[in-house]
Design a protein around this ligand. Structure first.
Ligand code: HAM
Length: 535
């Protein structure tokens, strides 16, 4: 072996890892802006008596398929679906069994087949003992029975030559291959389905009043990444669940949303509202729309042509310029609402006016999720290009029942795309003043170290951000670093200061200095940084 090749073996391959396409790291100082945005949302939502709910980031795939709709883009194309660890192991074993069965046929070696089947059965038995895979119990019993017979015959040389043996092997491998391994899981593409699942699972309908819940967290959709569109993105959302569908609830939710947008200084926002009817009037409208669309089918592009049959409402979402004049001629849902829906929508608009909420009606706002009924709304913001929807929401009165919950529970909510909202705030340049590093402690000399540690602890207890260099630095270097870190003040502690119990406080913006004893220093800095979080 040459020296060179020995080197290659010894050195591990140099490899750099990068964040997965469509995901990103949020680093300081941007992360401070994110925290501030989320904190503002919590404050505003809690002032409307909404409370935090935290649900898992993965659920059974079927929950989303049912809630969001199996034919929607989100479920059909964009979900990250996976098996859990046991299901994945079992799938690998199933493949081994199949290979073993083929090899056993050729080589007459039963071990190749029996061994993985035995392992397969052990895995399932362990799963059942752990309380998992309960749904598979009866399938397991017949599989295990089949295996016992096969195992008994396999140990009898003479029997192995009987045709029954081959038949049994075929049957057993078929049973293993067809074994119901368990449901797949999906990373959540949105959280409304999870909130409803949790509401039902915990019997929250028995709690007093409407349940007003909010959440903050990552969602996952396998979309084509671009500005404002990511595969892991963050939503700040709110949901109201309960027996009432009073339009005042819809209006309060919208008012709360706009209060937050106002608080965080989101510029040039536009609120669009619509009503897409209920299960009484919408199907009739959808049929009418389908008929009209069939008449103009030849003038539409492929996607819209397909949607005429699968989901005609989604044609209204089309952004293709050549389809716009055709869409403008289509019947509008507002003219086909039933009396109850028309009244609900009229009342919502009155309520919004009463609250001073400006809006624009948009009859084409149908949204890309199947669970909506009646009210739908969306907010767009400036500086985002084509992905300018910063929030989408609406009413979903039948969803709890659809997911196996009690009848008569109504729901409404929204989700803000935090990535987009923050991007829009950044683009506008209207950034909040966030508290950075308050004090850098420039200590010099061994005797200054203990007083430096002690004062750092006291300042941190007041809630100030304090940087204390872990090693002694020369005076100029220390102040230079304080400056680069963006500290507001440098607190200078040399051996003289340590001996006299006074500190030199230097404001870095204008180099103004003052000498203070400890109580005066604590007082001064506390009042200096009071309310530092205000916008
Ligand atoms: P959605 O319209 O699918 O609704 O998403 C809400 C918001 O999430 C969008 O307006 C957008 O700002 C943001 N968003 C969606 N996909 C991405 C992405 N790939 N990258 C960045 N941001 C994105 C829902 O999710 C419903 N669950 C809202 C709701 C709650 N309706 C009733 N309650």
């Amino acid at each position: 072996m040459s020296e060179n090749s020995a080197e290659k073996i010894d050195k591990p391959e140099r490899r750099q890892f990068r964040a997965i396409k469509g995901t990103r790291d949020i680093l300081p100082p941007d992360s401070a802006l994110w925290n501030w945005f989320e904190q503002s949302a919590r404050q505003v939502f809690e002032s409307y008596n909404f409370r935090d709910i935290r649900t898992p980031i993965f659920e059974q795939t079927d929950l989303f398929a049912r809630a969001v709709g199996a034919d929607t883009d989100i479920v059909h194309k964009e979900m990250y679906v996976f098996g859990d660890q046991r299901a994945l192991r079992l799938e690998a074993l199933q493949e081994k069994i199949e290979e073993g069965a083929a090899d056993a046929e050729r080589e007459n070696d039963q071990k190749l087949f029996l061994e993985p089947v035995r392992q397969f059965i052990d895995e399932i038995e362990a799963g059942l003992a752990a309380g998992e895979m309960e749904a598979s119990r009866s399938a397991f019993d017949s599989l295990a029975e089949n295996y016992r017979r096969f195992d008994a015959i396999a140990s009898d040389q003479a029997m192995r030559c009987e045709p029954e043996f081959g038949n049994l092997r075929g049957d057993l491998s078929f049973k293993c291959w067809d074994f119901p391994i368990g449901e797949t899981l999906a990373l959540r593409p949105e959280a409304t389905a999870s909130v409803c699942r949790a509401y039902i699972e915990h019997g929250m309908q028995t709690l007093p009043g409407n349940q007003k819940l909010y959440y903050v967290g990552p969602m996952f959709r396998r979309e084509r990444p671009q500005k404002g569109r990511y595969r892991q993105f963050y939503q700040v959302g709110a949901e109201v669940l309960g027996p009432s569908d009073a339009p005042a609830i819809d209006a309060e939710v919208v008012e709360m949303l706009l209060t937050l947008f106002h608080r965080v200084g989101l510029a040039n926002i536009k609120l669009y509202v619509n009503s897409i009817g209920c299960k009484e009037c919408r199907p009739k409208y959808v049929e009418l729309l389908r008929e009209k669309l069939r008449e103009v089918k030849d003038r539409l592009k492929e996607d819209s042509q397909r949607r005429i049959e699968t989901n005609p409402l989604r044609v209204l979402d089309s952004k293709l310029p050549e389809e716009q004049p055709i869409i403008e001629t289509l019947p509008r849902i507002s003219e086909h609402l039933c009396d109850a829906c028309r009244e609900h929508f009229a009342k919502l608009k009155e309520e919004l006016a009463l609250r001073g909420v400006g809006y624009e009606e948009n009859w084409r706002l149908v949204r890309g999720l199947d669970y909506y009924t009646r009210t739908t709304f969306e907010v767009t913001a400036a500086g985002l290009g084509s992905q300018n929807a910063v929030c989408g929401g609406g009413r979903y009165d039948g969803l709890v029942e659809l997911l196996g919950g009690p009848a008569g529970i109504k729901g409404i909510g929204f989700a803000i795309g935090a990535d987009r909202a923050i991007l829009s705030i950044q683009e506008s340049g209207n950034l909040p003043k966030l508290p950075g590093l308050a004090v850098f402690i420039a200590w010099m000399g061994a005797k200054a170290y203990a007083p430096a540690l002690s004062i750092a602890k006291k300042l941190r207890a007041l809630g100030l951000a304090v940087e204390l260099p872990p090693e002694e630095l020369k005076f100029r270097k220390s102040l230079g670093l304080a400056d680069k870190l963006g500290a507001r003040y440098a607190l200078i502690i040399g051996e003289d200061e340590a001996a006299s119990g006074t500190f030199t406080l230097k404001r870095l913006s204008d180099a103004q200095q003052q000498k203070l004893d400890e109580p005066a220093l604590l007082d001064f800095l506390q009042s200096e940084f009071r309310g530092a979080n205000a916008r």
